[in-house]
Design a protein around this ligand. Structure first.
Ligand code: F6R
Length: 270
């Protein structure tokens, strides 16, 4: 596991976008050879999307041969609802780059048969050859995607009932009215994300400091589902200083001493 500690959320956004850029470039996608990218929504990755849009506009990257899979979607929100993750992805990222809509997969939370929709999504990931890089975010309770505390660490894409903490955290998007937050979501499983070749988790803010310490300094535990990534061969946690507040000084010092190595991951060799 790598822990990349950066000054603040804007540096995290820039670093994460450069990492995605390098991975896509190194893969050299083309016809019949798509780079497969897993993506989150939420506040944390917004800056990364903005930087990726900049890189696209500067001609540094194309998404023509990139296939994406989003982590999750609320149940019952139509895709044109401003709080649906379809809407978020389209407005915050997809419409600004050259990705083909048919390659940008978001779970359909309005499907008649939600279980079948989840199976279809897993099948699509398999048919795409698996995810090369899954980018994720976590909640203050350590959930990754909508894998709430207590979720199986080998779970696959499925319907989940959201935890009270998640409803509380997300009510800010629904007029601060918790009763308006959908209580269920479709989400990739921890196992689905674990199958990706590489996983990059973005964590910013003091409110996520406990989750980060549970994720990396204690044992694998289904009450902090993000801790599962201790058992992933290629996992990176990219965080800001505030998110390190609950870590041991020794942990912070060690990973900071590796920054020279970590920054090689975002060097442009072209
Ligand atoms: C979003 C997702 C969630 C969020 C998490 C943090 O697709 O899967 O795990 O990443 O709830 O959300 P923010 O970034 O808004 O704090």
């Amino acid at each position: 596991m790598r822990l990349i500690i950066l000054e603040d959320a804007s540096v995290v956004a820039d670093w994460a976008a450069r990492f995605v850029l390098q991975r896509i470039k190194e893969f050299a996608p083309g016809p019949g050879r798509h780079f497969v990218l897993g993506l989150p929504t939420g506040g944390t990755p917004l800056g990364m999307y903005r930087r990726l849009i900049d890189f696209y506009r500067e001609g540094k990257v194309s998404f023509k041969y990139v296939t994406t899979f989003n982590m999750d979607e609320y149940v019952g929100l139509p895709r044109d609802h401003p709080e649906s993750y379809h809407y978020y992805m389209w407005h915050e990222f997809f419409k600004h780059v050259d990705i083909s809509p048919e390659h940008a997969h978001v779970l359909d939370g309005t499907a008649e048969d939600l279980a079948a929709e989840c199976q279809r999504f897993e099948r699509l990931i398999e048919e795409a050859g698996g995810v090369h890089l899954f980018v994720g975010g976590i909640g203050p309770d350590g959930h990754i995607a909508f894998n709430e505390p207590g979720s199986s660490l080998v779970s696959r894409t499925r319907v989940k009932t959201l935890a009270y903490d998640t409803l509380e955290a997300n009510k800010r998007f629904f007029d601060n009215d918790i009763s308006k937050v959908p209580s269920k979501a479709l989400t990739v499983g921890v196992g689905t994300v674990m199958d990706a070749k590489e996983v990059m988790i973005l964590i910013t803010g003091a409110h996520k400091a406990l989750a980060l310490s549970k994720a990396i300094e204690e044992g694998v535990n289904h009450m902090w589902t993000v801790s599962a990534f201790q058992q992933h061969a290629q996992a990176l946690f990219v965080c800001d200083e505030d998110a390190t507040l609950e870590l041991r000084v020794k942990t912070v010092k060690y990973f900071k001493s590796l920054m020279g190595e970590h920054n090689k991951l975002i060097e442009d060799h072209s």
